[in-house]
Design a protein around this ligand. Structure first.
Ligand code: NAD
Ligand code: UDP
Ligand code: UDP
Length: 313
């Protein structure tokens, strides 16, 4: 099959490209390299079945493919808040363009939505029926509200134009290739510990997240794309940890001497988050296989390798 991956030079996108190329597909990748890196795709750059196009998805584009994995969008608060208007354009206009493309060429399109659409949830764990508790004018709204609109666009193109959509809501995902300056919690703590710097816990660290290893997530994306169920489907690991527990676990694994320092909690930071993955189990026969300890080890090894190769600053 000929498959388009938007955001394919990014963290999750590049792992997805690896899986699709290994399975023998022809892969086209669109990326503007805002948070992505060509180096994530270096093993494919000379492969005739792979094509990397520098393109901003807020601009229209005409291509011919069978499936579209639509991942292009900055995902870390630091990056999506750097230029919030651009984030809205990417999520809304970018998704509109990809849906227009999918409609014209009759391709199936999968949207990478997010657990952020549940906002600061008042229902725990979060199932797909929960409609969320989002602040429409807060610092995170450029991301969570625009992802909500992206979901709306998908379902309206589906109802109005019969576009073949799939929608997944991805919960916090981590693994090799995260940028050292990504700003997300797992990469921050690992990089800080490796550099003998204090781990920066925001607030008192009692807020919770559930961390999914990237290979599990990619497996879920591929199963969803090749399944009849439209969604939305939560994809995440139900193992829930406080941020302080995560800091202690990473400290113990990397550098027991490093300190933990407490910094102010960003506004609208969700208090708790855990996916209810009943739907993913039922429709996709999917559940995560890699636990936090094993996944952290693989991620720490990758950061160590990149540090020793001088790839990280
Ligand atoms: P990432 O920042 O590593 O990747 C995003 C990619 O999109 C980058 O390569 C970036 O350069 C590209 N991009 C951004 N704006 C673009 C534009 N206007 N045009 C073309 N390319 C553009 O992030 P990620 O963690 O790989 O996330 C991928 C997708 O998964 C995102 O849609 C994100 O919202 C979603 N998601 C991720 C997580 C997570 O924990 N990693 C959680 C929920 C949802
Ligand atoms: N679009 C695109 N590539 C295509 C087809 C459409 O980028 O192959 C864009 C198009 O420019 C438009 C958006 O997708 O901005 C929505 O397209 P649609 O046909 O649904 O709406 P219209 O063009 O009628 O506004
Ligand atoms: N966080 C933290 N220290 C950091 C980075 C993040 O304590 O250096 C916290 C952040 O406030 C949030 C949690 O870790 O409560 C997860 O943050 P991340 O940005 O990784 O994901 P998101 O908030 O988007 O779920």
């Amino acid at each position: 099959m000929k498959i388009l991956v938007t955001g394919g030079a990014g963290f999750i996108g590049s792992h997805l490209v690896d899986r699709l190329m290994d399975a023998g597909h022809e892969v086209l990748c669109l990326d503007n390299f805002y948070t992505g890196d060509k180096r994530n795709l270096s093993r494919w750059l000379n492969n005739p079945y792979f094509e990397l196009i520098r393109h901003d998805i807020t601009e229209p584009i005409r291509l011919e493919v069978d499936q579209i994995y639509h991942l292009a969008c900055p995902a870390s608060p630091v990056h999506y808040q750097f230029n919030p208007v651009k984030t809205v354009k990417t999520s809304v206009l970018g998704t509109l363009n990809m849906l227009g493309l999918a409609k014209r060429i009759k391709a199936r399109i999968l949207l990478a939505s997010t657990s952020e659409i549940y906002g600061d949830p008042q229902v725990h764990p979060q199932s797909e029926d929960y409609r969320g508790n989002v602040n429409p004018i807060g610092l995170r709204s450029c991301y969570d509200e625009s992802k909500r609109i992206a979901e709306t666009l998908c379902f309206d193109y589906h109802r109005q134009n019969h576009v073949d959509i799939r929608v997944v809501r991805i919960f916090n995902t981590y693994g090799p290739r995260m940028l050292e300056n990504d700003g997300r919690v797992v990469s921050n703590f690992i990089y800080q510990a490796l550099q003998n710097r204090a781990l920066t816990v925001y607030g008192d660290g009692s807020q919770t997240r559930s961390f999914c290893y990237v290979s599990d997530l990619v497996e879920g994306l591929i199963r969803m794309m090749n399944n009849d169920y439209v969604g939305p489907v939560n994809l995440g690991n139900p193992g829930e940890y406080t941020i302080l527990q995560l800091a202690q676990t990473i400290r113990d694994k990397v550098n027991p001497d490093v300190e933990i320092e407490f910094k102010p909690l960003p506004s609208d930071d969700p208090r708790q988050r855990q996916p209810d993955i009943t739907r993913a189990k039922r429709y996709l026969d999917w559940e995560p296989q890699v636990g936090l300890v094993e996944g952290l080890k693989l991620t720490i090894d990758d950061f160590r390798d990149r540090l020793s190769e001088g790839v990280l600053s």
